[in-house]
Design a protein around this ligand. Structure first.
Ligand SMILES: CCCCCCC[C@H](O)CC(=O)SCCNC(=O)CCNC(=O)[C@H](O)C(C)(C)COP(=O)([O-])OP(=O)([O-])OC[C@H]1O[C@@H](n2cnc3c(N)ncnc32)[C@H](O)[C@@H]1OP(=O)([O-])[O-]
Ligand SMILES: NC(=O)c1ccc[n+]([C@@H]2O[C@H](COP(=O)([O-])OP(=O)(O)OC[C@H]3O[C@@H](n4cnc5c(N)ncnc54)[C@H](O)[C@@H]3O)[C@@H](O)[C@H]2O)c1
Length: 725
């Protein structure tokens, strides 16, 4: 049964029963209509409590039903209307989650009681839609416009205590929310319900509402560049101010339908399900996520407390895993300790505000210089400088001090995992755990399997990612893995565009208007230009080891852009030096301003090398950069480094500031049409045979030749994942 009913004294308890998250599918909605109908007719019932089975109220509408005919049967808003109009008081007992349609259902109830661990919210915006079962009309009437806008436009999950402060719930309890709801229901039997029916309330405010909403529109446009759903949310909330409830609901529905027509919800919902699928990893051997048991990680260590190590320590502590943190000398240890402790204090403060004792949620961190103290830890994550010799030295040490069943992980952003593993006594227990900066905030974790990495090690690292709350993707071992490898051709095109007449700000603007959080040049300035320069110097692409007589713009017969090298030679490393592709207010400054020096430098460069100026327009910039990115994605699939296109999209959506409403680079290529992507790349490559990264990948050619099948069908063409290393 999708919903059940039992009687406790004179209170009917209706329970939604649709595992795993009690999504409000068509069968649940039918069952709710039936059970509420029976309860309201039953003369022995004086009040009703609504809850969800297995400690979860509801995750909202069943997302898989969108775009199908099932969504049209029994509207959730009609059910909400019936509940709200009930003559018998209805109390929602919120445990676990009340999200989206789940919270809308609870808002239709006359009272809401929440368990202290629960979270509520209207996260529809994150899957490209807006709350469309009355949420945009009821919530503003309950908590006012500014607070409702914050909840609806950001789509965040709100902890129970904050929900109480905002007035979304009436009571927060430590024990059973259902028992508390039954008690409350009994108490309110016979009391008038008019003021508890949110749709009948008037919005009162001292604000100049139109001005406030217009300002919010402007701010939101900037913040969520190109995303339609946040704007639709504001328009729906505006309707709650201007229109009576029922007309507001009509507007909400219209906005839902027009959003659907943009294609953005489909892309975001693809992204949502792809993230969940990524956790269900597969291995070239045929092993799958369910066939391998992860080992429990009770204690961990982090080596190196720089930019990455600090965030990794915080992530582990927040997941209640005690950490030993190691540095190379007393000064670095002190610096790391200060940074970690200040981040931990902030986390503790947040927990206190949510009504928790930080000690029960944040595990301890022990700082030391002594590797000998690592003998009992279950897992180590190394995050020292990106240098193979140093990493090998650390792994040799770990191999000798750690217990034999400890897992050894490296946070390298692209070095060979097999080479690192080769110096240890347990290459099968070595794995890459590639976090993104800042590691305590960024959602993505690329788990990199080496040739000898065991299935248990993979299962343990993937499970650790889940425990840390990361979106975790298993990838194969190749230089730079998946995300960073794809950046190569993308950044190469960005540099060529400058050579041909564009400026950093023109390229960045085009990519940011496309939806990227940051254009390529701002991104390079943020990451530090010296990092890539060092790597190119080591590879002999620039610096003293370049053979004499090598043309400035050629390496090994292929086109090469020395622009970034020239910038570094002038001491321009990006934000850290206050100058890079842009100028900043000071070293470490964050506000990028176009730099006349760069303009002059580019003009002289083009003149010196007699480059014909043919600046590309916005569409051409986006095509060249994005198709280059996707083309490398096809190669990665061919090589078996990523096991499906969805994994690549998950990586880009969560680690590289790709606009989720465009699904990811592979989804986007599919959306544009693979024949078009293929033809554009082919045309470019024919005219530029010295740019091999733009040669259309074989897999792209194959898929384009059959008309570009939907992304789900690509796997059939890719074949079984293989590791070609
Ligand atoms: C005009 C037309 C009228 C429209 C009416 C609109 C009504 C309403 O306004 C719209 C909505 O409610 S929109 C909805 C608004 N709500 C949201 O956006 C909430 C979305 N959900 C979440 O944020 C997270 O899943 C939770 C926090 C719920 C659980 O996190 P966790 O504990 O880490 O677990 P997990 O691994 O994440 O999920 C477990 C399994 O459940 C699956 N699944 C989950 N939710 C689903 C759903 N709603 N549906 C279906 N399936 C859903 C998930 O795929 C996975 O399946 P698998 O086959 O096992 O892989
Ligand atoms: N910074 C990023 O955005 C980023 C992103 C993903 C991965 N990574 C990778 O993470 C690793 C660390 O990068 P980072 O940016 O944090 O570097 P960082 O320079 O900020 O920090 C490195 C830390 O390692 C410490 N260290 C050096 N030798 C040590 C030793 N022998 N024992 C203990 N500690 C030692 C240093 O004192 C320093 O604090 C690198 O492999 C890097 O490629 C970096």
């Amino acid at each position: 049964m999708a919903a059940t009913r039992r009687l406790v004294n004179t209170v009917a308890v209706i329970t939604i029963n649709h595992p795993p998250v009690n999504a409000l599918s068509s069968s649940v909605r039918h069952a709710l209509v039936e059970e509420f109908g029976k309860a309201s007719k039953d003369p022995t019932v004086e009040a009703i409590v609504l809850n969800g089975s297995n400690g979860k109220f509801s995750a909202g509408a069943d997302i898989r039903e969108f775009g199908t005919s099932a969504i049209k049967t029994v509207s959730l808003e009609d059910i909400n209307g019936t509940i709200e109009a009930s003559q018998k008081p209805v109390v929602a007992a919120i445990e676990g989650i009340a999200l989206g349609g789940g919270l809308e259902l609870a808002l239709a109830c006359h009272y809401r009681v929440a368990d202290i661990q629960s979270r509520v919210g209207l996260p529809e915006v994150l899957i490209g839609i807006l709350p469309a079962a009355g949420g945009t009309q009821r919530l503003p009437r309950l908590i006012g416009i500014p607070a409702a806008l914050d909840v609806i436009v950001r789509g965040r999950h709100i902890p129970a205590t904050e929900a109480l402060n905002l007035g979304i719930v009436d009571e927060v309890v430590q024990g059973s929310a259902v028992d508390a709801a039954i008690q409350l229901a009994q108490k309110v039997i016979g009391l008038p319900l008019n003021k508890r029916r949110l749709s009948t309330l008037r919005i009162s405010s001292n604000l100049n509402m139109e001005d406030f909403l217009d300002t919010t529109v402007e701010k939101t446009k900037k913040q969520f560049r190109g995303a339609q759903a946040p704007m639709a949310c504001i328009e729906a909330v505006r309707a709650s101010v201007l229109l009576p409830y029922h007309r507001g609901v009509e507007k909400e529905r219209q906005l839902f339908l027009s959003l659907w027509a943009t294609g953005q919800p489909q892309a975001q919902q693809y992204a949502f399900f792809s993230e969940r699928e990524a956790a269900k990893w597969s291995h070239p051997s045929g092993a799958r996520w369910y066939s391998e048991e992860p080992k429990l990680v009770r204690t961990a260590a982090v080596i190196g407390l720089g930019t990455m190590g600090r965030g990794i320590v915080i992530s582990l502590s927040k997941a209640n895993i005690p950490v030993i943190a190691i540095e190379q000398d007393a000064y670095q240890l002190e610096m790391g300790k200060k940074a970690v402790n200040s981040l931990l204090e902030r986390e503790a403060e947040k927990l206190k505000q949510q009504g928790f004792s930080p000690g029960s949620k944040l595990a301890s961190v022990h700082f030391t210089l002594a590797f000998g103290e690592l003998q009992d830890v279950d897992l180590v994550i190394e995050a020292v400088y990106e240098n193979m010799e140093l990493k090998k030295e650390i792994f040799r040490k770990l191999s000798s001090v750690c217990k034999s069943n400890a897992f050894l992980c490296t946070n390298t952003s692209g070095l060979n995992i097999d080479e690192i593993a080769s110096v240890t006594d347990r290459p099968n227990q070595v794995i890459g755990t590639h976090f993104f900066s800042p590691a305590n905030i960024m959602k993505l974790l690329e788990v990199v399997r080496g040739q000898q990495t065991s299935l248990t090690t993979i299962a343990t690292a993937m499970n650790l990612g889940k425990i840390l709350g990361k979106v975790t993707v298993l990838v194969g071992n190749c230089p730079l893995f998946v995300g960073n490898r794809m950046l190569g051709p993308y950044l190469e095109q960005a540099s060529y565009l400058l050579e041909e007449g564009c400026y950093p700000e023109t390229v960045d603007r085009a990519m940011e208007e496309f939806g990227f959080a940051m254009g390529p040049f701002r991104m390079m300035d943020l990451a530090g230009l010296d990092v890539g320069w060092r790597s190119r110097t080591e590879k002999g692409l620039t610096g003293a080891n370049v053979p004499q007589g090598t043309p400035a713009r050629k390496r090994l017969g292929n086109r090469y852009s020395p622009l970034a090298d020239l910038l570094c030679e002038s001491g321009r490393f990006g934000q850290k030096t206050g100058k890079g592709w842009y100028q900043y207010e000071k070293p470490g400054g964050r506000t990028a301003r176009p730099d006349p020096w760069v303009k002059d430098f580019l003009q002289k460069y083009r003149k010196t090398h007699q480059i014909k100026q043919q600046p590309s327009n916005q569409e051409q910039i986006v095509e060249r950069c994005v198709y280059a990115l996707a083309n490398e994605g096809f190669r990665i699939l061919e090589d078996g480094i990523a096991s499906c296109p969805e994994d690549i999209d998950v990586i880009y959506n969560n680690g590289y500031g790709w606009p989720k409403y465009r699904g990811g680079p592979m989804y986007y290529a599919s959306f544009v049409g693979l024949p078009k992507v293929f033809n554009t790349l082919e045309k470019y490559y024919k005219a530029n045979a010295d740019v091999p990264s733009m040669k259309p990948a074989f897999l792209l050619k194959k898929l384009a030749a059959v008309g570009g099948p939907p992304i789900k069908e690509w796997r059939l063409q890719v074949g079984k994942p293989v590791n070609k290393l």
